[in-house]
Ligand binder design. Structure first.
Ligand code: ATP
Length: 373
């Protein structure tokens, strides 16, 4: 089944949408556009307002301010059942007494449609449950039940599918499988998916675009790789994996690059990777991801290519974890600097107590405003 369309009826546009409960602001007025056919994730820790945002799209929660558009239609005042959306919840909410076929057929039958066989079978094939049609929900695994819930939500061809922590009840292995499965289903049906999760890996694996939410606000929005490589706040940098931060001061500009002073040394980064005001003397946090950093024993420091950012340190800890080793390095400019090195090029001298040079490309360096939070 392919419902790929060229229109914009599956665009979700939130304008100034906000929600307060009494004096408490769950969602500060926010603007957000989710393009038709994309897989969009709302990512954030518990209580950040992501479910409330999703429920305002669904019509299950009335916004205190702002409007919700689906395509060109203002749906802000429409009840949930009149919106071209459907929601899949963490609790699958399947009908226990109906078999899988009838669970999926339910939405069609409720609309008075008599000949449901072809549509239901297509939908069960889409979620790869064609063989299970006559089983009852309790005879299926958690992952299979979740796929039934997805099939049931898609049977009426919504323009937008909303998913509220749909994989939250599954164990880790099944979760990983279902992430890929949901992504495949979304690609196949081509409709807009808006997925709420607190799991950064899940959001990164599945979504084309991710909005990272914090305390009722969208802190940053972008493609997963962009958010990971170029976080603009310490919250985003820390929420999406491990970052090393070095306190630094802006020294000045050199062409398209910004030069920072950190301790006795200098760090360089491309101007567009600096989210802080780049005025000379300004305090920034220079950041780099652990896997972007190389470790060289101090005796070989002369072999490090020119043009790389470098700091010195001493290995405090080394944990061998199969394909890679995770080092913790104490440096005068950053205590507990994390470095992940693939074991193919592991130097046996890199053991606790060794003096090392940590070095990385300016292109993998980012800088954040040190005064922001
Ligand atoms: P979780 O992953 O735990 O569901 P979330 O990011 O989805 O978290 P929301 O459910 O959107 O967060 O809730 C945002 C904030 O609004 C929370 O602090 C929550 O306690 C509060 N909240 C949600 N619903 C209500 C309500 N009906 N009355 C009062 N406060 C509410």
């Amino acid at each position: 089944m392919t419902t790929m369309t060229n229109d914009n009826s599956g665009d979700v546009r939130l304008s100034g949408i906000g929600k307060t409960y009494g004096h408490f602001t769950a969602v500060h007025p926010l603007d957000l556009t989710v393009p038709q056919g994309s897989f969009f994730a709302l990512l954030g820790a518990s209580g950040c307002g992501k479910t409330t945002t999703l429920r305002m799209i669904a019509g299950l929660e009335e916004p205190t301010s702002g409007t919700v558009h689906l395509g060109d239609q203002d749906v802000t005042r429409l009840p949930p059942y009149k919106r071209p959306v459907n929601t899949v919840f963490q609790s699958y909410a399947l009908f226990p007494h109906l078999d899988i076929f009838e669970n999926v057929a339910f939405g069609l039958r409720r609309r008075g449609i008599k000949s449901v066989k072809k549509q239901v079978e297509e939908m069960l094939d889409l979620v790869q449950l064609g063989e299970q049609a006559r089983k009852k929900p309790h005879q299926l695994s958690g992952g299979q039940q979740q796929r039934v819930a997805v099939a049931r939500a898609l049977i009426n061809h919504p323009k937008v599918l909303l998913l509220d922590e749909p994989l939250g009840a599954l164990d880790l292995k099944l979760r990983r499988q279902m992430q890929l499965e949901l992504k495949r289903i979304q690609t196949e049906v081509g409709i807009t998916f808006v997925h709420v999760t607190h799991d950064q890996e899940e959001a990164m694996t599945m979504a084309d675009r991710v909005a990272v939410m914090n305390a009722g606000r969208v802190e940053q929005l972008g493609a997963p790789a962009d958010l990971y490589e170029h976080p603009r706040t310490t919250f985003v940098a820390n929420f999406l994996g491990t970052s090393n931060f070095i306190e630094a001061e802006v020294d000045g500009r050199s062409g398209d690059e910004i030069v920072l002073r950190a301790g006795a040394g200098k760090l360089v980064l491309p101007g567009e990777r600096c989210s802080a005001p780049a005025d000379a003397g300004g305090k920034v946090l220079a950041g780099v991801r652990p896997e972007k950093v190389s470790l060289t024993h101090v005796d070989d420091a002369g072999e490090i290519p020119e043009g790389r950012n470098r700091i010195t340190g001493k290995i405090a800890d080394a944990a061998f974890i199969g394909v890679s080793t995770q080092y913790v390095v104490d440096s005068p400019v950053c205590r507990e600097f994390a470095v992940y090195v693939q074991n193919v090029d592991r130097d046996p001298r890199l053991a606790p107590g060794a003096d090392v040079v940590l070095h990385w490309s300016p292109a993998h360096t980012f800088a954040l405003d040190a005064s922001q939070d």
